[in-house]
Design a protein. Structure first.
Length: 209
């Protein structure tokens, strides 16, 4: 009984952490990103080259007009590859912007070397880790859990922080205008199953011999 309690508590602790991940990495040729049914592209740019010129926190900025009908959205990097050997990362940030800005052709510094983007109003959408280095092609999909920034003002902006030297075929912002009915996630179903199994075991233990 003690072993089962430990297993249940372990699952309850670790599974939500896995479920909160909002970056999906697709490795070609076995998989690639496709828009879900009902989604459409808001805007795109590319091909682009992303690199970090030296020390400090550099980023590429891209500001886009708000769309009040957005219910769900993501930003997807298609056909991205690392031109240098070794593993590397891509981190994406989001915040309200005052005006439109085309995708920057060269990286900028957040606010001086080693500045903290969170202190400048950015929301971290996550970091994609590309483990295989050069000569491997990926798609990266960063989901936007809170779309308020995309709908509440005039513009929203992305900051893209590459930790290496990348080439990317296309960067697209995709969205859905229909709020779907809430469907239980697989992790929720797993937790329900654990709860039912625990309740059944408890009843069996209480049953008189």
């Amino acid at each position: 009984m003690k072993k089962m309690i430990i297993i249940v508590l372990t699952l309850l602790f670790f599974i939500p952490t896995i479920a909160m991940a909002n970056v999906t990495v697709y490795q070609h040729p076995s998989s690639s990103y496709t828009n879900p049914a009902g989604w459409t592209q808001l805007t795109s740019t590319g091909p682009e080259t992303l690199y970090r010129p030296g020390g400090g926190d550099y980023f590429y900025y891209w500001a886009i007009r708000d769309n009040a009908s957005i219910a769900a959205a993501n930003i997807v990097f298609s056909n991205i590859s690392n031109s240098e050997a070794g593993s590397s990362t891509v981190e994406v940030w989001l915040k309200d912007y005052a005006s439109a800005a085309p995708f920057a052709g060269a990286p900028e510094v957040f606010s001086g070397a080693n500045a903290d983007p969170k202190g400048l109003g950015w929301v971290d959408l996550g970091t994609a880790f590309l483990p295989l280095g050069s000569n491997t092609i990926y798609d990266l999909a960063f989901s936007i859990a809170d779309t308020t920034v995309l709908t509440n003002s005039t513009y929203f902006g992305f900051a893209i922080d590459p930790d290496c030297h990348f080439t990317v075929g296309n960067i697209a912002v995709n969205y859905n205008t229909v709020t779907q009915g809430k469907v239980p996630e697989p992790i929720t179903l797993v937790l329900y199953g654990i709860g039912f199994a625990g309740a059944g075991l408890y009843r069996r233990m209480r049953r008189p011999e």
